[in-house]
Design a protein around this ligand. Structure first.
Ligand code: BES
Ligand code: ZN
Length: 456
């Protein structure tokens, strides 16, 4: 049977698959940093070249930001659109990396083989699982059992600013029977999973300016207002002692999941001790009275992602800064409107700024939460394929993170998405020393090969 031959080929070709991933990992395609724009282009071109070699009609397509890669393949069967993103997060703090982030290494840690590099898991390793599965089908049988379009984004990690116009302008070309998205993880690092809910995201940057220049904190201190003091007071009031976000109206539109869904989640074997313990914590920090999975999958949050103001370098400097800046993000759940929240957050902050200071806001990404109806037959096919590969029943889960494209595939293209991925909680995505287990890569490739077999 051809699937067995395809799977066997994946096994024997694994070393070369790893080499190809390493080549992609060496390109520092950080989308948020303009200094890496040329690297993003190089990653896009490398991917388009690989897809051309696989017989796709592939092109690097410009946008006002980082380019997209779109590739069309010939093939019979259902039309599937595969999505992944080739951009990665910044690497800082660089000094916390044990090996340089863009010099990928295959390492063995406690007997487990891992591919270590920025983007190894999020999302270069994951997107390559699909491309390598296609490669194996082509090499073994000369064809792929589905008609495939591949769509790779280069701005996912920076809020996808070019995505909506690109989807609108190329709607016909990109609309398929179903989208497959590989940018999520296994459940509890072991259980194969399809993610059916993602949280939305709103990002805001706040700058509070006090005195015209930095001041001597003794000479002026006591008379002049300090913007760091204003900022920390406001941010300190973002949550109450029960973990509830204090922006007025924040919870007004939040939808509770159905009893049935909550029961489903309750049946999953999740250990919060393990999840938090692995990062050196033990206590739940969110709203009181909610289960850990609820907190992550169906409750909104506010997080302070960064604060800067004054002197934080080596040694000490008695300064009263002119400015304080902070970056705050909100994870949103079903029914919350990001733009409405942006307005209420800005009004809430502004009302707390004293007359002697000025506040400015700079918007970052804004996207609503999304959830997927699992009725399309591709869900059952993917579930079976994942269960076969991983030797245990695949589960439907939620995710705390955001993948803006999934919502837009639905709202702009009218297309459902099956989100399946092989990342582990231990991968340290967005953190120093990101890795992807060789097991995730290998079984990930085999999983997509099986999914393609089932779809065809
Ligand atoms: N792959 C992640 C999203 C993710 C993380 C899904 C964990 C499931 C589990 C994705 O690349 C990501 O990090 N997205 C950003 C989007 C944002 C910048 C708009 C995020 O969630 O912060
Ligand atoms: Zn990602």
């Amino acid at each position: 049977m051809s699937l067995d031959a395809v799977l066997a080929r994946i096994d024997t070709d694994l070393d070369r698959s790893v080499e190809r991933l390493m080549t992609l990992l060496r390109i520092p395609s950080i989308s948020t940093d303009p200094a890496h724009a040329a690297d993003c282009r190089e990653a896009a071109e490398w991917l388009a070249g690989e897809l051309e070699d696989l017989g796709f009609d592939a092109a690097v397509r410009p946008t006002p930001g980082r380019p997209m890669v779109v590739a069309h393949g010939a093939g019979d069967g259902p039309h599937v659109l595969f999505y992944g993103h080739y951009d990665v997060q910044p690497v800082d703090p660089l000094d916390l990396w044990d090996t340089p982030p863009f010099e990928p290494e295959l390492q063995e840690v406690d007997g487990v083989k891992v591919i270590r590099a920025r983007g190894a898991s999020d999302d270069k390793g994951q997107l390559m699982t699909f491309i390598e599965a296609v490669r194996a089908w082509k090499a073994e049988t000369g064809a792929v059992p589905a008609r495939i379009t591949i769509f790779l984004e280069g701005e996912e990690e920076s809020g996808s600013p070019s995505l909506i116009p690109f989807l609108e302008e190329n709607a016909q070309e990109l609309t398929a029977d179903i989208a497959l998205i590989c940018d999520t993880g296994l459940f509890a690092d072991r259980v194969p999973a399809i993610t059916t809910r993602l949280r939305g995201l709103l990002g805001e940057e706040i700058t509070i300016t006090g005195p015209r220049i930095d001041l001597h904190s003794g000479h002026y201190g006591g008379m002049a207002m300090n913007p760091n003091r204003v900022m920390t007071k406001i941010l300190g009031g973002l949550h109450d002692e029960n973990g509830r976000v204090q922006v007025p109206g924040f919870y007004d539109d939040v939808e509770e999941p159905s009893e049935e869904l909550l029961a489903d989640w309750a049946s999953l074997d999740f250990s919060v001790e393990e999840f938090l313990g692995s990062v050196g914590l033990k206590d739940l920090a969110g709203e009181k009275g909610r289960t850990p999975l609820e907190l992550n999958w169906s409750r909104p949050t506010a997080e302070i992602n960064g604060i800067s103001g004054g002197y934080a370098g080596a040694g000490f400097k008695t300064v009263l800064p002119s400015k304080c800046t902070s970056k705050v993000s909100f994870r949103l759940v079903a029914n919350q409107d990001p733009l409405k929240l942006r307005e209420s957050f800005r009004a809430w902050v502004t009302a707390q700024v004293p007359a002697d200071c000025k506040v400015e806001f700079h918007p970052h990404g804004a996207g609503p939460a999304s959830s997927f109806d699992t009725g399309h037959p591709a869900f059952a096919a993917t579930r079976e394929a994942l269960s076969d590969e991983w030797g245990q029943e695949a589960v439907y889960i939620g995710a705390g993170g955001s993948i803006p494209v999934a919502g837009y595939f639905k709202s702009i293209l009218g297309m459902d998405s099956v989100l399946a991925g092989f990342a582990k909680d231990s991968d340290a995505i967005h953190s120093p020393n990101e890795k992807y287990d060789l097991e995730s890569y290998h079984k990930g490739i085999r999983s997509w090969a099986r999914v393609l077999g089932k779809l065809g």
